[in-house]
Every structure is written in structure tokens, then in C-alpha cells.
Design a protein around this ligand. Structure first.
Ligand code: WQD
Length: 336
């Protein structure tokens, strides 16, 4: 049984990917420093799959600890989620973002080279495209100057991986996520934002719960049909499954290059007001919201062209937006 290291495996996307890895017959070991996740997620994963992943509380900024881990554990592949990921926060503390997101990546790649580990999946983001000139966004869309240090760490991360893969045994796939939402059908894992949610869906579900007074819709003067910004919202379980497809491609040596990259989305865009309306219809809960100013750094519209991942990885999202919104609501109601 191949053993896969999942860094950040107790986080939102990481935990859903651990479940799908176990379902696909992989052995999983998690590294997480619990800076943005809870140790209880480990038991929740076990409740879903009946298999408890090995867990190491390691901070990947500590080069000695990273080296020791790889000297004492035999790994067949790595899915690397661990990173700081709040766009707004990254503007205020850029050095912490570059230290965490870049140093950790370099230390892991160095150990892959030292231990001849080939298979690497990188958690990237559609934010690297900025406001694309053409929609839907393809993988050939130009990479725009990053709008935030967070987005820049994803751009730099891909360049580091590309350069390393040219001269080492590393074969890598970068998955450029659009907007992950929802929760596992068991409602035992989901999104656990700490503090005031930055992202739309957890803010909506906390407003519906009465935890937040009302949702602010950041601007209705965009050049879109209803004036609110458009995004590609993908169910987190579909996103998790894309990682399994990418990993199998590398393990089976079906990759065409040593560094490949794929958009992961549904290929459909929805505006903020459309999401609100779909949430209210799906859950029968009326949402308090008001229109406010735009949020700095937001783009007007971003949704994926998914033909490359469909063709190369035979992957396609399966769950509907309504299923994702209902699962997010069910999860919110279950959170203590
Ligand atoms: C979605 C839409 C907001 C909150 C995020 C991450 C990015 C990437 C993709 C990881 C926007 C609007 C939001 C609110 C609102 N993920 N909104 N009121 O900004 O598209 O990108 O997911 O790599 O890194 O930042 O997602 O959920 O913050 O916003 O009106 O209270 O909802 O303006 O149009 P975003 P989001």
C-alpha cells in the first residue's frame, strides 16, 4: 500500500483529500502544525473511514524537523496543502507569508530530492491569474502580477517546483483551485474558519445561524449581469477527488512533463446575489444582507475552463452547487 504524506491534512481541503485517499486505498500520514486546524479532525476522519491516519505535529518552517521526518518515514508521494492562505492578512504580514509558504515548500522539495521521492501535488489557486482578460480562464491565460503576497507565494511556488522538477527526480502537478465550498456528506468534516470568516459561504452560513448579524455583499457595481462579482464554486469533495486523479497520473507515470498544472473548477460562474438566492431556496432560510463597497483586491469574474483536466485526468465535478450549499448549511448547524 503506497504511503502518501498530506501536509496541512487537518485543514478544510486537506481533510477531505485524506478521506478520498483512504477510500482509494492509500495509507496516509499527515503533517499539520495546528495553526489553522483542530486535532479533533483526525478522529472525525477516522469516524468516516475507520482508518486513523498517522499524525505528526511538525512546523514545516523548521528545516531540522522536516529533515528528521523524511529520515524516519518512507513516503511514496506528497500532497502539499500546508500554507497561510488569507489574502487580506497576507497584505499586512507579507514576511510571515513568504517565510511560511516558501521556506516550507523548499524544505520539502529538498527532502524529496535527497530521498528520491518523485510524486508531488501542489495546492495552487486561480488567484494567480488575477483578473483574466478572457473568460472562462484556461491554463494558458497569462499569469498576472499577484494582487497579494498570498497570491505571489502561489506564483513563486509554481516557479520553484518547475525549476526543481527540471533537474531532479521530482514529477509535480499543480492544481489551481477555484472556490472550494461545502462539506463531506457525513457532516463530520467541513470548513472551520477561525474568527470572522473571510470567505463568502462560511459568512453566509454563520449569518443564517444568527452568529453574524448580516452579510455584506462587497459591491454591486461590477460589470456583470446583476452587478455582483462572479466566481466558480466547486464542492470540496469534487476538489479532493481531483487530487487522487492527479496523484494516480504521477504514480502510473502518465504525466507528459515533469511539471504540469490544471484548473480545478466546475466551469460555471455564479454571482454573489445568485449564491444568496440559491442558498435561500435550497435551505428555506432567509438571509440578511446589505450591499457595501467593493473589497480591495477582488476581481470582477473568475471561472474555469476545465477542458484540460477533463481530458488529461478524466476528472469532472459531480456535485451540484445546491448540494454544496446544503452541505455547508448542514455542517454549520452541526458545528458546536
Ligand atoms: C467570493 C466572492 C467576494 C465575502 C478565495 C481565496 C482565494 C482562493 C479562492 C484559495 C467575492 C464576495 C465574500 C463576504 C462578499 N482560494 N464576498 N461578502 O476572494 O474569490 O477567493 O477563494 O486559494 O485565495 O481568497 O473568495 O469567498 O472571499 O469571495 O460579497 O463577506 O464573494 O467579494 O466576489 P475569493 P471569497
Amino acid at each position: 500500500m503506497k504511503k502518501i504524506l498530506v501536509t496541512g491534512g487537518l485543514g478544510f481541503i486537506g481533510s477531505h483529500t485524506v478521506v478520498e485517499l483512504q477510500n482509494a486505498g492509500f495509507e496516509v500520514v499527515i503533517i499539520d502544525n495546528l495553526s489553522n486546524s483542530k486535532i479533533e479532525v483526525l478522529d472525525n476522519i477516522q469516524e468516516i473511514t475507520n482508518k486513523k491516519p498517522e499524525f505528526f505535529n511538525i512546523d514545516l518552517r523548521n528545516k531540522k524537523d522536516v529533515k528528521h521526518f523524511f529520515n524516519t518515514n518512507s513516503i511514496d508521494g506528497i500532497i502539499h496543502f500546508a500554507a497561510s492562505k488569507a489574502v487580506g492578512e497576507s497584505v499586512n504580514i507579507p514576511l510571515e507569508y513568504y517565510e511560511n509558504n516558501i521556506n516550507s515548500l523548499v524544505f520539502i522539495l529538498q527532502e524529496m530530492k535527497n530521498h528520491k521521492i518523485s510524486n508531488f501535488i501542489f495546492s495552487s489557486s486561480c488567484t494567480i491569474y488575477g483578473q483574466a482578460d478572457e473568460l472562462p480562464i484556461t491554463e494558458n491565460s497569462p499569469i498576472k502580477p499577484a494582487e497579494s503576497p498570498y497570491g505571489n507565494t502561489k506564483q513563486i511556488g509554481e516557479e520553484i517546483i518547475r525549476d526543481a522538477s527540471k533537474v531532479t527526480n521530482i514529477n509535480a502537478i499543480s492544481l489551481r483551485y477555484f472556490n472550494p465550498i461545502g462539506a463531506h456528506e457525513s457532516i463530520k468534516i467541513g470548513e472551520l474558519p477561525i474568527g470572522i470568516p473571510q470567505n463568502l459561504i462560511p459568512y453566509i452560513t454563520q449569518t443564517a445561524m444568527g452568529i453574524r448579524k448580516e452579510l455584506s455583499v462587497f459591491g454591486d457595481d461590477y460589470n456583470t449581469p446583476d452587478g455582483t462579482a462572479i466566481r466558480d464554486y466547486i464542492h470540496v469533495v469534487d476538489l479532493a477527488k481531483a487530487h487522487i486523479s492527479a496523484l494516480k497520473r504521477l504514480i502510473d507515470k502518465r504525466n507528459n512533463e515533469s511539471f504540469e498544472f490544471f484548473n480545478v473548477g466546475t466551469g460555471k460562474g455564479n454571482s454573489v446575489l445568485e449564491i444568496i438566492q440559491k442558498f435561500e431556496t435550497a435551505t428555506n432560510v432567509k438571509l440578511n444582507y446589505k450591499i457595501t463597497d467593493r473589497r480591495a483586491g477582488d476581481v470582477t469574474a473568475a471561472y474555469a475552463d476545465v477542458s484540460k483536466i477533463q481530458k488529461e485526468l478524466s476528472w469532472q465535478n459531480e456535485k451540484t452547487l445546491t448540494e454544496a450549499l446544503i452541505s455547508a448549511w448542514e455542517w454549520q448547524k452541526s458545528v458546536k
